[in-house]
Design a protein around this ligand. Sequence first.
Ligand SMILES: Nc1ncnc2c1ncn2[C@@H]1O[C@H](COP(=O)(O)OP(=O)(O)OP(=O)(O)O)[C@@H](O)[C@H]1O
Ligand SMILES: [Mg+2]
Length: 257
Amino acid sequence: MTAALTIEGLVRRFGGVTALAGVDLTVERGQTRALIGPNGSGKSTLINCVSAVDRWDEGSITVDGRPVQGRNSAAAARRGIARTFQTLRLFDDMTVIENVMVAMHHTRGYGVLSAVALMPRYRRAEARMRGEAMALLRRVGVAEDADREAGTLPYGHRRLVEIARALALQPSLLLLDEPAAGMNDSETKRLAELVSSLGDDTDLSILVVEHNMEFVASVAAQVTVLDNGRIIAEGTPAEVREHPDVLRAYLGSEEIV
Ligand SMILES: Nc1ncnc2c1ncn2[C@@H]1O[C@H](COP(=O)(O)OP(=O)(O)OP(=O)(O)O)[C@@H](O)[C@H]1O
Ligand SMILES: [Mg+2]
């Protein structure tokens, strides 16, 4: 069986900085894997490469057995690779439900022209998409915010909208970059429940970057640890927490909690 995600020998350099120095990583189909590591260790760079937002210098990325080409995030999204960003990227002056529906438009080929023409076929599709978007907002727990402008939502809710928008792409691979950042304890707990429930879907594979070890332990059975662009440990949350190289990498930092 092909893995959902296979990364081999991935190298990404930014001038003199080697953000990824030869990373091998696999996410099996239906698996939730966490990716942790100190600030600047290359976690977001890896997510950017897999989602084809960025390009890389060496190595290969394969999703569902097919290679990913760098700097073609639209193509990656159409192939079911969806992500959220460490720094929120919602359309603040659009409503919450519109933010989710935009993602559906992008992948389902309903362009601006048909919207202008207001063809019956388009209107039917629009109504169906609205229903699906509403169901996704309910799933992540922000249905009551559907008609509010996204920019007016509390931070934690906006992060959930981003997840709904990623799910609107009907992904087979979901990449979450610090989804709990800026959330309070109860929001983080609810998010962990949501990510766990997403993880129950055997067709959905998840790679989640997060600093909060309690969150990591509750959503992922397997953890990969990056430091300086290299993998220094892999294992269960309990195993990596005790790993001497991991303890050394985090020494003096408050990031691992
Ligand atoms: N666009 C860029 N241009 C130059 N350097 C970059 C760029 N993006 C990342 N880097 C560098 O690559 C390294 C890895 O950065 P990255 O953002 O992937 O780390 P991270 O593990 O996500 O950190 P954090 O926990 O702070 O989010 C850092 O040294 C960073 O400064
Ligand atoms: Mg990052």
